[in-house]
Design a protein around this ligand. Structure first.
Ligand code: PHE
Length: 354
């Protein structure tokens, strides 16, 4: 009995994994285990022998069982300790910082412009960047032979050889949205239409792709005075102060009379400054919508009239944020974007002073 006891207690103490321990359990106290077989032999003993051997065997069985249970718990603890050691994670380690992207000044200014005009009751309209020549030209009172077509430096799309339909164009201005809106919703209306436009032109204040915001207000008695008020109201809200503007008589096929508007600025020292110097930056064209344009949009010019304007968004972004060269807007230079970009949380609204 003592030999059995020594044998199993030593083996249990020495075993190093749960599988080995289970094998020992089967070998000692399993159905056909050594100790179990000994207990079966009790039946063959005399009553006197059994009285001594019975309790002793039971005690041995209990002792081996509890040694196995204790070892099992110890092995489990060791496994857990090992996992905790291996899977340890230092949550106090500082995170790796990621640079946040910024909102491009053009996107920011689009939002600012939209907020200001929305406050004056203008809704936002949109149109395609690839236009038919009807919407980009004819409907705007620019017939095929008109010099404005050539002056616009238009990008034309390709037609297959032998296909004599007029090619589509990359819209040269946002004015076609006027026609699309009139056709769909009629008069009265008050909309702005921000978006990309294209012209083959490239220097400090011109890029082949740029952004405009079109304005259109139609009603029964809208006049040039309303146009001037809306624009001046816009400029003081946008620049946060009264800026000097210059309304110049001009000509557009789609407005009569027409005016262009410049803003006083200086270009010295690598920045643009608004409201000083003897430079002027042209920021928009405008006028009273030509009767032919109203007709093209399905509106009766005897009943309705109104104003329209087309403003260069990039130009007014340059002026407000002191950016001297328009080309940098579209270079995707990260240093420039980080310097002139805006936080995503800097959401423009009229009440936040834009
Ligand atoms: N479409 C003109 C341009 O791009 C601007 C404009 C719009 C002028 C509306 C008058 C009325 O130059």
């Amino acid at each position: 009995m003592d030999d059995l006891r020594d044998k199993y207690l030593t083996a249990i103490a020495d075993v190093t994994d749960e599988a080995g321990l289970e094998a020992l359990r089967v070998q000692a106290v399993g159905k056909k285990g050594e100790i179990s077989l000994k207990m079966r032999e009790l039946g063959k003993m005399t009553p006197e022998e059994r009285q001594v051997a019975g309790p002793a065997l039971n005690a041995l069985k209990n002792e081996v069982n509890s040694a196995i249970a204790a070892k099992k718990a110890a092995l489990g603890d060791a496994a857990l300790d090992e996992r905790l050691r291996a899977e340890w994670l230092d949550v106090t380690l500082p995170g790796r910082p990621r640079r946040m992207g910024t909102i491009h000044p053009v996107s920011q200014v689009m939002e600012e412009v939209t907020a200001i005009f929305a406050d004056m009751g203008f809704a936002v309209a949109e149109g395609p960047q690839i236009e038919t020549d009807w919407y980009n030209f004819d409907a705007l009172n620019i017939p095929g032979h008109h010099p404005a077509r050539a002056e616009m430096d238009t990008f034309y799309t390709h037609r297959a050889p032998g296909d004599n339909r007029p090619p589509h164009v990359l819209r040269t201005h946002t004015s076609p949205v006027q026609i699309r809106h009139m056709e769909k919703y009629g008069a009265p209306c008050r909309i702005i239409a921000p978006g990309r436009v294209y012209r083959a032109d490239y220097d400090q204040t011109h890029t082949p792709m740029f952004n405009q915001v079109e304005g259109l207000a139609l009603d029964r008695d809208i006049s040039m005075a309303n146009l001037k008020w809306v624009l001046e109201e816009f400029f003081s809200a946008y620049f946060g102060e009264k800026v000097k503007t210059r309304f110049r008589a001009s000509h557009f096929p789609f407005t009569e009379p027409s005016a262009e508007v410049d803003i006083q600025c200086s270009f010295e020292g690598g920045t643009v400054k608004v409201g000083e110097g003897d430079g002027w930056l042209e920021v928009l064209g405008s006028g009273m919508v030509h009767p032919n344009v109203l007709k093209a949009g399905g509106i009766d010019p005897a009943e309705w009239q109104g104003f329209a304007f087309g403003m260069g968004i990039d130009r007014i972004a340059m002026l407000k944020y002191g950016i001297p060269d328009l080309r940098a807007f579209f270079d995707s230079d990260l240093r420039w974007l980080r310097h002139y970009g805006f936080s995503a949380l800097d959401v423009p609204a009229v009440h936040s002073g834009v």
